[in-house]
Design a protein around this ligand. Structure first.
Ligand code: PLP
Length: 294
């Protein structure tokens, strides 16, 4: 059994010792994947964009018509209470919601876990990804049906790659196994349409930051063949923030280096992030560069 990360978890509003986080194998939601989830980064005791994550939890539930007996404020309050009670400083905190089972209510678990750390050199020098043929069912929703994500990231890890980008039946890249993707060509930024992907909280923030900086940004499909002519590429997620991609399968992206648009957005994002989690602005960036030996 994995060792619990925190002293407590929350189940439907009740603070319980972590050892009591169990679910029955008879729960149909396990078999049907009838459930939704969220992953939230806690840093310095601050849950980054918690309200947006809780909103998306409700949107995901709406897509699969999963009834929720609680309102947004209540669930948000449970997260805040757990972070405070266990004095969580750094965590990737999951809200897992399992659909109702027979006459039992929906189960809402709040489970803190360790925050994954990515090699700091990725942010400064870029990294590689692979493609994986497949798509998630109901891609707009963050459901418990994560098999395709898992198979994709497992293949990426076997090949020593940072991420796997899903490729659809039209040979277009849609999203990462746990991230959104962006390409830059001729100064324009493109990301696959929201209807085909999970619209990431980080994706939305990057979209707004790009617009505020005067970059042209649009939604459009990203054919695999177009990678040969893009200048830059990056992916985004709650725990990764923005990671530059230099190579996809055998295809080198642009000059194989981190380009100016990606670098500008990383700087913008990391300064914004530092402000929200009440850290010194640019501290994160400095430590990334220092860790990468630059
Ligand atoms: C399939 C998929 N796409 C995109 C993302 C990125 O979303 P966010 O920026 O909200 O973490 C995730 C996050 O886990 C994901 O699982």
């Amino acid at each position: 059994m994995a060792v619990p990360f925190s002293a407590h978890i929350v189940l439907n509003g009740r603070l319980l010792p972590s050892e009591q986080a169990h679910i029955s194998v008879y729960n149909q939601a396990l078999f049907t994947s009838f459930g939704v989830y969220e992953s939230i980064q806690v840093d310095n005791g601050v849950s980054f964009h918690l309200d947006d994550h809780v909103d998306r939890l409700f949107q995901s539930a709406h897509y699969i018509q999963l009834p929720i007996e609680y309102d947004r404020q209540t669930i948000q309050g449970w997260v805040e209470e757990l972070v405070e009670t266990d004095a969580l400083q750094e965590s990737l905190l999951r809200i897992l919601m399992f659909g109702p089972n027979g006459d039992e209510d929906t189960l809402v678990y709040i489970l803190p876990g360790p925050l994954p750390h990515y090699d700091p050199t990725c942010y400064v020098r870029g990294t590689n990804a692979i493609t994986f043929e497949g798509s998630r069912p109901i891609p707009q929703a963050k459901t418990l049906n994560t098999l395709v994500n898992y198979l994709a990231i497992r293949r990426a890890r076997q090949k020593g790659a940072h991420e796997a980008f899903l490729v659809d039946e039209h040979d277009c890249l849609t999203e990462g196994s746990r991230s959104n993707l962006f390409v830059v060509a001729g100064g324009h930024i493109t990301t696959p349409p929201a209807e085909q992907v999970l619209s990431g909280i980080t994706r939305d923030l990057v979209w707004r930051m790009a617009q505020a900086r005067g970059f042209e940004i649009r939604e459009a499909t990203v054919p695999r063949a177009s990678l040969a002519s893009v200048d830059e590429m990056f992916d985004t997620s709650t725990s990764m923030h923005i990671i530059p991609i230099n190579q996809v399968d055998e295809q080198i992206i642009g000059e194989g280096e981190v380009g100016p648009v990606t670098r500008a957005l990383i700087e913008e994002f990391e300064s914004y992030y530092a402000r929200v989690v009440r850290r010194q602005p640019a501290e994160a960036l400095r430590s990334l560069h220092a860790a990468a030996g630059e």
